[in-house]
Design a binder for this molecule. Structure first.
Ligand SMILES: NC(=O)C1=CN([C@@H]2O[C@H](COP(=O)(O)OP(=O)(O)OC[C@H]3O[C@@H](n4cnc5c(N)ncnc54)[C@H](OP(=O)(O)O)[C@@H]3O)[C@@H](O)[C@H]2O)C=CC1
Ligand SMILES: O=C(O)C1=N[C@H](C(=O)O)C[C@H](O)C1
Length: 257
């Protein structure tokens, strides 16, 4: 049985994760962390006595093997650092970490021998989209990304769009970007090594991405849609046992599939 703590357990993804853990025969929920909660009140609401709830990072005392993090961009780095320093293997879905923060955590994980997984996206359709986009970019290097998310999303671009751009950039190298004067500032989108990323935020959307490739007289569009947050749970379920044994911090679900 793998003991799990869920950070951000009151959020949209945190609640799905708690449900998935409770329904699994292989995982046991032993902890939940979410600032701003009334621990005494929640603890009295019929939750299993083995589940310890915390509202402060420094107060967390747990025998969890795995720390699943679906929190906020401003907290994820400190959370994961705390987990690794306390011998808890992280499974991280939270977006918004900077490249240098990920490198620091990878170094710490290696020093402590406490590995885990950071996945910009736990959905199979998004992982496949990234793989296909990387392949397509070898032949069609002119590419732009449009990501579309719900209007509560705190960060832009999405972690998935950034990861897609990184994977494309690995294979296409330096490539000229069309120069067009912006008569409306920002209208050409963000720029990742010459790859334009456009972020749409609208109510009703969940998580969607399109990668548009253009060639002479032809175009290719790859699109994925996550309509329900439950769709991320298969990936999380797969990541937990791998993370529990990992001695390094792996980035990308595709690296454990
Ligand atoms: N990798 C993947 O496949 C996926 C990743 N995500 C990412 O997961 C993250 C969470 O998404 P979502 O559940 O929709 O967001 P929510 O806003 O619904 O949930 C975030 C939760 O984290 C809590 N929180 C705030 N600060 C902290 C902290 N310091 N430590 C612990 N918890 C904290 C929030 O509490 P409060 O509301 O009180 O502030 C809230 O309950 C986002 O970064 C999102 O991009 C989402 C879907 C899939
Ligand atoms: O905030 C979300 O909802 C999502 N965030 C992740 C991201 O930033 O890519 C994964 C997925 O797109 C849902």
């Amino acid at each position: 049985m793998i003991k799990v703590l869920v950070a951000g357990f009151m959020g949209s993804m945190g609640q799905k994760t708690v449900q998935m853990v409770n329904e699994s025969d292989n995982f046991e929920l032993v902890g939940g962390y979410n600032p701003g909660i009334d621990v005494a009140h929640l603890q009295g609401m019929g939750l299993n006595d083995n589940v310890k709830l915390f509202s402060n990072l420094a107060d967390i005392k747990t025998d969890a093997d795995v720390w699943i993090d679906f929190t906020v961009p401003s907290a994820v780095f400190s959370n994961v650092k705390f987990a690794i320093e306390h011998g808890i293997h992280p499974v991280v879905g939270t977006s918004g970490m900077k490249e240098d923060q990920i490198k620091q955590l990878q170094q710490l994980a290696e020093e402590k021998g406490v590995g885990g997984i950071i996945a910009p996206n736990f959905g199979l359709s998004a992982v496949l989209l990234m793989k296909f986009a990387k392949e397509a970019a070898k032949y069609m290097p002119d590419v732009e990304i449009i990501e579309m998310h719900h209007d509560d999303k705190l960060d832009a671009p999405s972690g998935t769009a950034l990861s897609t751009a990184q994977m494309i950039s690995e294979v296409r190298g330096d490539h000229p970007t069309p120069k067009s004067e912006e008569t409306l500032k920002g209208v050409r989108g963000g720029d990742y090594h010459g790859i334009k990323i456009h972020s749409v935020r609208l109510p009703g959307y969940v998580a969607h991405e399109q990668v548009l490739f253009g060639g002479k007289g032809e175009a290719l569009t790859i699109r994925q849609d996550s309509f329900d947050r439950g769709s991320f749970m298969n990936g999380v379920k797969l990541a937990v046992p791998t993370a529990a044994k990992a001695t390094k911090l792996i980035v990308g679900l595709e690296n454990i599939l």
